[in-house]
Design a protein around this ligand. Structure first.
Ligand code: DC
Length: 233
């Protein structure tokens, strides 16, 4: 298992997905789980500052998270919401949702179950989030903490928004990235921080392929290549 943590805009999710493909492993985007719960709350029209109401949504919403790296779809009440969970409404509302301790408890339990299932079935998994190396899977054999300068992260977020057909200038993206970083790092429950034994990788000056080469090398040194093949043998 590979735990990939770091702030938004470091390329974490893209890199995690591609690394999983390369390792023939499963993939879990834990941010998508906080996002789908947020979308469910917005759709239900609840008061998103009401921790009890948000927790009830996290407990009762019917959602699925795909774990195949090629097409990891996210559904809510049977509808594919993979694109909608990346929209501006969810971007603006997700950090406070992820700061509610009871929501984290529910989702962390579900993440551990998914991880165990994929490890048993596929033999390996790459998991990306904020607290994977510290809380969800502190025994992961490889933990990586990805960083990048705020300007680079904002530029990446803005490019992603534009590619998805949403207007976003780098200045707006920087403000949004900054705001979420502050919320994610300062919350009381599992704030964003690197595990003590995490390998730090600054991706500011690296393209996706270079990050992947570095991660594959790290995985290889930990004996994590060909994990799927070992299980099926
Ligand atoms: O990685 P992302 O941008 O999709 O994450 C969405 C939000 O969820 C972000 O505010 C951080 C939070 N999150 C979290 O608190 N813990 C995780 N394991 C993953 C995401």
């Amino acid at each position: 298992m590979v735990a990939l943590d770091g702030p938004s805009g470091t390329g974490k999710t893209t890199v995690a997905r591609k690394l999983a493909e390369r390792l023939s492993a499963g993939f879990l985007d834990t941010g998508a789980m906080y996002r789908v719960v947020t979308l469910a709350g917005l759709r239900a029209g609840i008061d998103m500052t009401d921790a009890g109401a948000v927790t009830a949504i996290a407990r009762d919403a019917v959602f699925t998270i795909g774990t195949t790296p090629v097409r990891p779809s996210v559904t809510l009440a049977g509808e594919d919401v993979s694109a909608e969970i990346r929209g501006p409404e969810v971007n603006d509302a997700v950090s406070p949702v992820s700061a509610v301790p009871a929501v984290r408890e529910l989702l962390v339990a579900r993440q551990r179950k998914i991880i165990d299932g994929v490890l048993a079935e596929v033999g390996g998994i790459v998991v990306d989030g904020r607290d994977i190396g510290t809380v969800v899977a502190p025994d992961a054999p490889l933990k990586v903490f990805l960083t990048a300068s705020p300007e680079v992260r904002a530029a990446r977020r803005s490019a992603q928004d534009t590619a998805a057909g949403r207007e976003s200038t780098p200045a707006e993206a920087l403000a949004s990235v900054d705001r979420r970083d502050r919320l994610d790092s300062s919350r009381a429950a599992s704030p964003l921080r690197a595990a003590e034994d995490a390998v730090h990788l600054d991706t500011s000056d690296l393209g996706i392929e270079q990050v992947l080469v570095a991660l594959t090398e790290l995985a290889s040194r930990r004996g994590l290549l060909h994990c799927a093949a070992e299980v099926t043998q």
